[in-house]
Design a protein around this ligand. Structure first.
Ligand code: PMP
Length: 411
């Protein structure tokens, strides 16, 4: 059990060199998280002591590099409780993982009139690849709409998923609303009609435990850099039988077991989907990030993030002219608070906060159809991680409270 009194007292920032060296309240964690020293060290250690091209050389150094890379895969397998490490494909990021599914599974399995069901709140990365594949196959993309509070009802899922549906793609947590989506319902609705379910876990993997077997997702994607790991390493989980039946996404070196003048045999999973020289140092960094997360535990991470979110949410309710998008309670925001300030452009909000040492994001958050659907236009977004402190929230709130006055409005 996490003790409420001690919950926010521990200083995690000392583990993060950038945060220890800079006096900023970093509240742009949904875009990318800061990196603990152990992650930076793991990447550095790879290049300092073990650098060789993994999966190729037969000399000791190359085998060390291979072991480091494959150990990271096993760490990811355990992290999301996949049945086999062959189900873990390393990619560059969530975007590449989703494109892999769209190009490889989508192009091979969709025909004119088939339907791909996604939601209006998806990040462009879980929307544009489906449109691309629909254009090329004659399939149709359908959107599940959300209510003003960001919720998606079971009825909306049931209405959208039909016998024509072949793919259901949904984010577990929206990067704008921070709301936990009904993925269990979406996955079971997909399976009822024989469709596959693709889960975008970019905003959930850093914040809560994921069990792909319990969830029964067919594919699940996330990025290392959003969960304390390095940029340039991402993950695609896929059920083995599906991955085995899919054609490669990229082809070339590394992903074959045999090539003749006119033919080739592809490498077994997972290497069939990892063409070219891999990002072994990135995988080592992701492995270190997973170990660091495990050493803290999701019970503590979730409890701290919920406490910080509530502090910020409650204080924002009391600032005149500030409006939070989506859920009406703090519990409906998994560390993400997207908001507007009446009469102030989000870029001005971000610039003023920055002048006070608070880093947030402003713009459309790569989810323009959602902002159109909610009629908000551009917004500002503060996103929290467990290593943020109550002092970070206070600094944010203090600065936010002055914005309208600084822009020439009365308080
Ligand atoms: N999906 C969601 C929900 C996201 O928040 C993001 C990143 N903001 C992405 C996909 C894309 O992630 P990446 O840029 O790491 O590919």
């Amino acid at each position: 059990m996490v003790n409420d009194k001690d919950l926010l007292s521990f200083d995690y920032k000392k583990d993060f060199p950038l945060l220890a060296a800079n006096d900023v309240a970093y509240l742009d964690n949904s875009a990318t998280t800061q990196k603990p020293a152990c992650v930076i060290e793991a990447e550095r250690d790879f290049y300092l002591k073990h650098n060789a091209n993994p999966l190729r050389g037969l000399y000791d150094l190359a085998m060390q590099a291979t072991d480091i890379y494959e150990d990271a895969r096993v760490a990811v397998q355990k992290f999301i409780n996949a049945k086999s490490e062959q189900e873990i494909i390393f990619t560059r990021n969530t975007t590449e993982s989703l494109n892999l599914v769209a190009y490889s599974y989508g192009l091979a399995n969709l025909k004119p009139g088939d339907e791909i069901v996604t939601t209006i709140m998806e990040h462009h990365s879980n929307m544009l690849p489906w449109r691309m594949v629909a254009q090329q196959t004659g399939a149709v993309v359908k959107y599940i709409e959300c209510a003003v509070d960001g919720s998606i009802s079971d009825e909306a899922i049931d209405a959208a998923v039909t016998e024509k549906t072949k793919i259901v793609a949904m984010a577990e947590v929206s990067n704008v609303l921070g709301r936990l989506n009904p993925i269990a319902k979406a996955i079971s609705a997909a399976h009822k009609v024989g469709a596959v379910a693709v889960i975008d876990a970019a905003q959930s993997a850093p914040h809560m435990a994921i069990d792909v077997q319990k969830m029964d997702a067919d594919f699940l994607a996330f990025s290392g850099h959003k969960m304390l790991g390095p940029m340039g390493i991402g993950v695609l989980y896929g059920k083995k039988a599906l991955l085995e039946a899919m054609p490669p996404f990229l082809s070339g070196g590394e992903m074959i077991s045999f090539v003749s003048r006119d033919g080739q045999e592809y490498a077994p999973l997972p290497h069939k989907f990892e063409a070219g020289t891999v990002n072994a140092a990135g995988a080592a960094g992701l492995h270190a990030a997973i170990e660091y997360i495990n050493s803290i535990g999701f019970e503590v991470i979730e409890a701290r993030e919920a406490a910080l979110t509530k502090l910020a949410f409650d204080a924002m309710q009391n600032i005149p002219g500030v409006h939070i998008i989506g859920g009406k309670t703090a519990e409906e925001h998994k560390g993400i608070l997207t908001f507007t300030v009446e009469g102030v452009h989000p870029h001005d909000i971000a610039a003023i906060l920055d002048a006070d040492g608070v880093n947030i994001r402003a713009g459309n958050h790569c989810a323009q159809p959602l902002l159109d659907h909610l009629c908000t236009g551009a917004t500002a977004r503060a996103s929290l991680a467990f290593y943020n402190s109550a002092a970070d929230v206070e600094r944010f709130i203090n600065s936010l409270s002055t914005i309208r006055e600084r822009m020439g409005y009365g308080r």
